[in-house]
Design a protein. Structure first.
Length: 210
């Protein structure tokens, strides 16, 4: 039954309604507010889904990546413009020469879907994609000691197969960034849930091969 419910999230309208109904949209808006983006900034959004939060962005140059054709088609129809480009592709080194250096890279709800190896690779490429002074922000379902039974159940039954404790996310990020910090967010959603919001700056290993 749980697997069937997860599969329903592939339907775009249901996914967007559920995100807003649970309050997950507020979590993403908090990440955008953290970045303090300005008109003219370049933003790369990896795992953008249907990009339902696009209208919250200032006049940025936006590049959204997702592997769901349904989500990307929805985003193109709803938000596609001369300042937004949506690609149904896996973001990687091949895009670094195609996209201007980014002021911000968004990894919203993505790392807990990726293995350690895939996370390392993505974080390294995200660091390479940044302009000087640029930042990467991530937010993911996590396990943490303070969470109650409902919150832990939510973490255990998340669609992501690589939900970690905050220290696990930080350890991966520090392989590619000199400046990593974050905080647990447990008051954003209507159902008790724990998330790790992580900020990354000052990329290292930018000359390492992918």
């Amino acid at each position: 039954m749980l697997a069937a419910a997860k599969n329903l999230l592939g339907h775009v309208s249901l996914y967007v309604a559920l995100q807003r109904g649970l309050g997950a949209d507020r979590l993403r808006y908090r990440c955008l507010d953290e970045l303090g983006l300005a008109d003219g900034d370049t933003v790369i959004d990896v795992g953008c889904g249907p990009a339902y939060y696009f209208e919250r962005l200032p006049q940025v140059r936006y590049y959204g990546f997702d592997t769901s054709a349904r989500y990307i088609e929805y985003a193109r129809q709803r938000w596609g413009s001369d300042r937004a480009e949506f690609r149904c592709e896996v973001f990687g080194e091949q895009h670094l020469a195609q996209i201007p250096p980014a002021n911000a890279v968004l990894l919203l709800g993505l790392l807990h879907h990726l293995s350690d190896e895939d996370s390392r690779h993505l974080l390294r490429v995200a660091g390479q994609a940044l302009a000087p002074g640029g930042r990467v922000i991530a937010v993911d379902t996590c396990f943490e000691p303070r969470q109650g039974r409902v919150s832990r159940w939510m973490s255990e039954n998340d669609r992501g197969e690589h939900v970690r404790e905050p220290e696990g996310f930080v350890a991966l990020a520090r392989e590619s960034f000199a400046d990593v910090d974050g905080e647990i967010i447990d008051d954003a959603t209507r159902i008790p849930s724990s998330f790790w919001l992580m900020r990354m700056r000052d990329p290292v290993l930018t000359n390492q091969p992918g």
